[in-house]
Design a protein around this ligand. Sequence first.
Ligand code: FE2
Ligand code: FE2
Length: 163
Amino acid sequence: MSKKTKANEGSSSGGGERISRERLIELLNEDLAREYQAIIAYIVYSQVIKGAEFMSIAAELEKHAGEELEHAITIANQIDYLGGDPTVVPNKVKTSSKARDMLRFDLENETTTIRAYRDRVRQCEALGEFAMAEHIRAILMQEQEHQIDLATALGEDAPDMTS
Ligand SMILES: [Fe+2]
Ligand SMILES: [Fe+2]
C-alpha cells in the first residue's frame, strides 16, 4: 500500500493535540485492535456465560459480536483509504469463569472505546475528513448502546462520560 502521506499535512485537532494523517492511521489501528478484541470477547463470553439471570444478556452479547465485526471492517476500510496498513493483532482479551467479571470487562472496554471514538470524530474533522467522521459517529452510537446494555445487565447506570 502506498505511503503517500507526509507529516506536513497535519493541522490542529482543535483539542490541543496536533493531528496528522500518519497519526490518525496509528490511532485508527489502535481502534481496530480494540474492535478485534471486542469481537473475540463477545463471541466467547456469549457462549460461556452461565446462569439463568444472564441468558438474555448472553443473546445480546452474541448480537454485539456481529456489530463489532462490522465496525472492524469499517475501520480497516478507513485505514486503507488513508494509505495505511490495517493491523492484524487484537488487544488481549481477559478471561474469567464469572459472568459478572465478563460483563465488567466488556463494560470497561466499551467505555474506553467510546472515549477513543469521541476523540477520533474530532480528529477526523480537524483533517477535513468529514465522511470518515460520520462513519465513526455511526459506530459510536452502537458502542453507546453496548455500554448501556452492559451497565443494565450489571444493574448499574452507564458510566458518566462527561468528565
Ligand atoms: Fe465496536
Ligand atoms: Fe461495542
